[in-house]
Design a protein around this ligand. Structure first.
Ligand code: ZN
Length: 221
C-alpha cells in the first residue's frame, strides 16, 4: 500500500519515499538546483505594470515541469509553482496592497481541451493562504492567432492587444490588482492584459508569474 504514499519529484520524477503530505515536492538534488540556478534573481519588466515579479527562470527542468503542468494534466503542480510564488507576493504585500488577485485567461477552446486554466490554478493557490479574493476579470477573444506565430515584436504587440476583452461584470475600478500568469516571455501578452485592466479602471496593476524566460543579459551562471 506504500505506493499510495510515494511521490515523484516535480522536476526530475525521482521517487520520493514516504512523502505523505499529498503536496508536490522536490528531491534534494532538485531543491539545491532551484536554490542555485532556477530561482529568479532578475525581476521581469512589464511595460505599463506598476511592478512585476517572477519566481523561477523558465529553463531546464523548470521548463519541462511547466510543460507537463500545462499540457500533460499535471494540475497538482500548481501547488509547487504557487509555493515558489507565494513568498514573492507576501514580501510585497506592504507595497502592492492588493485588493484582488486575477489571472491571465486562456481561450475557450483551449480551456475545453485542457479542462483547466493553469494561470487560474496558480492564482487561486497564491490568493488562498493570504485570504485575498481571486476572480476572473478578462476573457480571451475567440480565434486569436498565437503569439508564437507573430513575426516580430510589433506584430506580437498588435496581436496581443486584440487578444483580451473585459469579462462582463468584472469590477476592478479603483482596485490594486495582481495579475497572475504562468510564464512571462516577451511581456507583450502581459502588457496587453495590464493595459486593459487599467482601461477598466484598475488603480494599480502588478504582474506575478511562476517563471520568466531568460534573455542573454540575465542568464544564471
Ligand atoms: Zn528531482
Amino acid at each position: 500500500m506504500g505506493v499510495l504514499f510515494t511521490k515523484r519529484c516535480v522536476l526530475c520524477g525521482t521517487l520520493l519515499p514516504a512523502a505523505g503530505t499529498g503536496k508536490a515536492m522536490l528531491c534534494s538534488d532538485c531543491a539545491a538546483k532551484v536554490r542555485q540556478t532556477y530561482r529568479c534573481r532578475h525581476m521581469p519588466y512589464v511595460a505599463g505594470a506598476d511592478d512585476a515579479a517572477a519566481a523561477l527562470y523558465y529553463t531546464g527542468k523548470v521548463r519541462d515541469a511547466m510543460q507537463r503542468f500545462k499540457f500533460q494534466h499535471k494540475q497538482h503542480y500548481a501547488d509547487w509553482f504557487a509555493a515558489q510564488m507565494l513568498p514573492l507576493l507576501a514580501e510585497r504585500l506592504d507595497t502592492w496592497q492588493p485588493d484582488l488577485i486575477t489571472f491571465m485567461p486562456i481561450g475557450w477552446l483551449r480551456g475545453r481541451e485542457r479542462g483547466y486554466n493553469q494561470a487560474e490554478l496558480l492564482a487561486r493557490a497564491v490568493a488562498e493562504p493570504l485570504g485575498l479574493p481571486c476572480r476572473a476579470t478578462l476573457r480571451k477573444r475567440a480565434f486569436t492567432p498565437k503569439q508564437s506565430e507573430q513575426k516580430d515584436a510589433a506584430a506580437r504587440q498588435k496581436n496581443a492587444e486584440r487578444a483580451f476583452l473585459p469579462l462582463t461584470n468584472a469590477e476592478v475600478r479603483g482596485q490594486a490588482i495582481v495579475l497572475v500568469d504562468d510564464i512571462v516571455t516577451t511581456g507583450a501578452t502581459a502588457e496587453a492584459a495590464v493595459r486593459l485592466l487599467r482601461e477598466m479602471g484598475a488603480a494599480r496593476v502588478y504582474v506575478l508569474a511562476a517563471a520568466r524566460t531568460l534573455s542573454k543579459s540575465n542568464k544564471p551562471s
